[in-house]
Design a protein around this ligand. Structure first.
Ligand code: FES
Ligand code: FE
Length: 377
């Protein structure tokens, strides 16, 4: 079936090969993940100077750490001497410098080359020029975002703008004070599916009635299949009997002080392309980051953020975490069930989107435009 023969209720998805072809994935790495702002780490994980985390952004390994002046710095995790990977660990702490395990070139927390065997006999080697390669960094909502492009796109437009576009203004998310919340739980999911299946799933709620019994119990309007993301500024309202955003609808944790009456008892979901989902409820924030690893594999790191005294006081967040943990498992199971179908001849031309999923078509158009455009350098 071709796109032109579709009835008006349906629009086409991307063809199956967009979810299975390593060449498409390589292009996405270059033109999406390495070109856009990419959220890498919760800033509180870099509590002290010398604390670091490494993560993959597109095809690169990036080293993110806190320097002596308290600012966060990010570098390509590659030694400038002969290219060894500088930090092999996913996270850790150094006292004052990163030392390459190969020939011991040593870089301070600002990335400057400060020592190397026989360096004093090479006075012509500029220690800044041969320092680590810097990557652009921003901090927002208590997370560190990096951009590998030489000239990054506007953070205000691409990241903050995406949130404003969904919520209707920039102020609404500030009420949740996401910067100052604490990580009450983190769960990492290794999903055997293409990253776009996860985004597409998050953007629609046509599946909610089928696979999310607990969520539709708490948010009855989700049973209609119209996701909260469908309408600008709309948050799905809790059911009349529901006390909190928990697995059984029982009472939640202490409400975030800035949450307004309009926002209370509502759930807001936001997609920040290409790899972040933010979920806002009155007493916590659920923050997903996707790390696309391969064309058919995506690691998703999900944080449940609560008021500081909730986490530090050791309050029981289990029933609160359990609701969205189940939602995540249900969603990721569905994505994994879909991934093998992407290489079937039945899906060579792709599938279809029903009216409550039509906004996913805008995501596909956006992606196609990016992949066809010349890379931003
Ligand atoms: Fe790092 Fe030689 S490759 S010191
Ligand atoms: Fe879902």
């Amino acid at each position: 079936m071709t796109t032109t023969s579709l009835p008006p209720s349906l629009i086409a998805t991307l063809p199956g090969k967009h979810y299975t072809d390593p060449e498409v994935f390589a292009l996405e790495q270059e033109r999406v993940f390495e070109a856009m702002w990419f959220c890498v780490v919760r800033a509180s994980e870099l509590a002290r100077p010398g604390r670091f985390r490494t993560c993959r952004v597109g095809r690169e390994s990036v080293l993110v750490s806190r320097s002596r002046d308290g600012s966060v710095k990010a570098f390509l995790n590659i030694c400038r001497h002969r290219g060894a990977k500088l930090c092999a660990e996913e996270s850790g702490e150094v006292r004052r410098a990163f030392q390459c395990p190969y020939h011991a070139w040593t870089y301070n927390l600002d990335g400057k080359l400060v020592a190397a065997p026989n360096l004093t006999s090479m006075p012509d080697v500029d220690r800044t020029a041969y320092g680590l390669v810097n990557v652009h960094v921003r901090e927002w909502l208590g997370y560190v975002w990096v951009c590998l492009a030489e000239n990054p796109p506007s953070f205000e437009q691409d990241v903050i703008g995406a949130v404003a576009e969904r919520l209707g203004d920039t102020g609404s998310i500030e009420n949740y004070d996401v910067d100052n919340l604490r990580v009450g739980r983190r769960i990492v999911y290794d999903v055997k599916a293409n990253w776009k299946l996860i985004i597409e799933n998050f953007m629609e709620c046509y599946h909610c009635a089928t696979i999310h019994p607990e969520l539709t119990e708490v948010l009855p309007e989700f049973a209609d299949g119209y996701a909260a993301q469908y309408y600008v500024g709309h948050g799905a309202e809790f059911g009349a009997e529901v006390e909190g955003f928990t697995v059984d609808g029982g009472e939640g944790l202490d409400r975030i002080a800035g949450v307004t009456r309009d926002q209370d008892r509502r759930y807001y979901a936001i997609t920040v392309k290409p790899q972040v989902f933010v979920n806002l409820v009155p007493d916590h924030v659920i923050f997903h980051r996707m790390y696309p690893v391969a064309v058919d594999r995506t690691v998703v790191e999900c944080d449940w953020l609560y008021l500081p005294h909730v986490v530090e006081g050791g309050k029981d967040v289990d029933r609160s975490v359990e609701l969205f943990h189940r939602v995540n498992q249900q969603d990721f199971d569905a994505c994994e069930r879909t991934q093998p179908g992407m290489s079937s001849r039945a899906y060579a031309e792709g599938g279809v989107l029903v009216p409550s999923e039509h906004h996913i078509g805008a995501f596909h158009t956006w992606l196609r435009d990016r992949l066809e455009a010349q890379p931003a350098r």
